[in-house]
Design a binder for this molecule. Sequence first.
Ligand SMILES: *Cc1c(COP(=O)(O)O)cnc(C)c1O
Length: 360
Amino acid sequence: MNRVYNFSAGPSMLPESVLKKAADEMLSYEGCGMSVMEMSHRSKVYESIIYGAEELLRELMNIPEDYYVFFLQGGASSQFSMIPMNLMNKNNKADFVITGQWAKKAFSEASRYGQTRKVASSEDAVFNYIPKLDKSMFDPEADYVHITHNNTIYGTRYTSLPDTGKVPLIADVSSDILSEVIDVSKFGLIYAGAQKNMAPAGLTVVIVKKDLVGNAMDFTPVMLNYATHVKDRSMYNTPPTYCIYIMKLVLEWLKGLGGVPAMQKINEEKASVLYNFLDSSDMFKGTVVKEDRSMMNVPFVCPTEELNAKFVAEAIGAGFVNLKGHRTVGGMRASIYNAMPREGVVKLVEFMKDFETKNK
Ligand SMILES: *Cc1c(COP(=O)(O)O)cnc(C)c1O
């Protein structure tokens, strides 16, 4: 069977061994005579999957005891509303750093529920950098500060966290969760849609400091209230059972590799293969300032639109798919999440070199 190198920004590649294991267990999970898709979420066997997944995630990310972990639906985008409804509860104010479209969406949705402020933005340069931030820029009265930790569309990431003093820091980590070591205790809340680095689409992971939960706005729908999910450990209603199962397999795979520190090393090496080539090429150029480059999403361009289109088309022919840049940016983008093997990046670079030589 021929598998392609899939550089999709999301949903994206899953580890092949995970897909194979899921295929093996499709008809009968651990001898129980049914697929995980078919089983009650209230069954003992399913409880071992969902609680096992939570335990593994806590272990791999070193999540402190005073944090809840929720497995929800609605995507990262639902968090754009859930966060203000649940957390904009003291002074009804929040600060935002605008580093791309996802940050903008989070900002505009939160603006419906309280007083929001743009602390800094990199829109002046098509979001190709992370603004410099210092403590004096943040409102000490804000209920939280929101950042997008890795900018999937523009290919930037925070390499250090802003000092927000006593104000809880909230981060959208949809496109870089589990890709590098992060210190969860530095955040009030982090959240991620699973379809970039963890599981199929349909699952959203929220990790939140316990003392921030329990003061949602009065009108908050029961399903959008974090307190609901505390009480029933993500099983108030039917959770996305199969996605959670696949996530558990992905976490087992990650643990087998040596956990997040080992994954980070692999990712740094993978990303440097591509960036080193971009820095040496006369045809292909990275679009992001060097110090803020993402390890997960690598945007780049050729000198002309014709060459961009030709490259994308020929890449597909050679088995490198989904390299076309986001519709709002153009050019190319290679998303090289955890599941992309090093070999995929090395072969892509060989293909780019070859393309450059032939199109000089
Ligand atoms: C993909 C993505 C989203 C949107 O996620 P959905 O699960 O589709 O709502 C939000 N933020 C970031 C950083 C993303 O990469």
